[in-house]
Design a protein around this ligand. Structure first.
Ligand SMILES: [Zn+2]
Length: 228
């Protein structure tokens, strides 16, 4: 199925540019999510403005923001309902025209994740036939798929960060599947255009983060999980 694979560069331009990490642009301070487990502000993981060709799960005029707790790595940020991650959209008109300052709490500030600009998206087939899409959202059906369909490319990292298509599951398979369809997934480490690789965030050291959207609800409900 058609997927879009991002290319990254360290540092991003100001404004509503597609990026990972850094500070969110214009997010009202009261919307900076707080971890339900430790009660401290989470770290900004991704800012992705609507881009119908690449992110059909994000409505026109909306910006997708993702956050996760990075404090001491003790909160259950990999769980869909642990309250230690957050993903949501905000209409562009509701955003200010400046970076959102990092919130300060009693024991400091949340970890600022490396800012990585998405310089472009490379379109490619993810290797999954459209008629088998459903199997990628079911643990048993997915594990019954032939290896070359379930996980082509031998889990090479460059195929594990993408938007659209079906989830490229980690070795544990479809063990946590929130309702809806994949919007994008981000591997623990990504390659940089200038050479080398960088760690995106703490995804349990070698996991992959998956963002889903359930469009059967109004407004659509987004969720984030991390699988290893
Ligand atoms: Zn926490």
């Amino acid at each position: 199925m058609l997927s879009h694979y991002p290319r990254f560069r360290k540092g991003a331009a100001q404004g509503l540019v597609p990026k990972l990490g850094g500070l969110p642009w214009g997010l009202p301070a009261e919307r900076w999510p707080v971890c339900e487990e430790c009660g401290r502000p989470m770290s900004h993981l991704a800012q992705l403005p609507a881009d119908p060709a690449v992110l059909p799960g994000v409505a026109d005029g909306e910006v997708l923001f993702a956050f996760k707790c990075e404090w001491d790595s003790v909160c259950s940020f990999w769980e869909v309902d642990g309250g230690a991650n957050a993903v949501f959209t905000v209409p562009r008109q509701a955003l200010a025209d400046a970076p959102t300052p990092v919130p300060v709490v009693e024991d400091g500030t949340p970890e600022l994740l490396p800012e990585l600009a998405v310089t472009h998206w490379h379109a490619a087939d993810d290797g999954a036939p459209a008629e088998l899409e459903e199997a990628f959202y079911d643990y048993g059906k997915h594990s019954d798929l032939p290896d070359e369909i379930a996980h082509p490319h031998d889990w090479a990292s460059e195929w594990r960060t993408k938007a659209g298509g079906v989830p490229y599951w980690t070795a544990n398979g479809a063990q946590q599947v929130p309702p809806g369809r994949l919007v994008l997934q981000i591997d623990n480490w990504v390659a940089l255009e200038e050479g080398g690789t960088t760690e995106v965030a703490n995804f349990c050291s070698d996991g992959t983060a998956y963002v889903f959207v359930d469009r059967s609800q109004t407004p659509p409900v987004y969720s984030l999980i991390i699988n290893r």
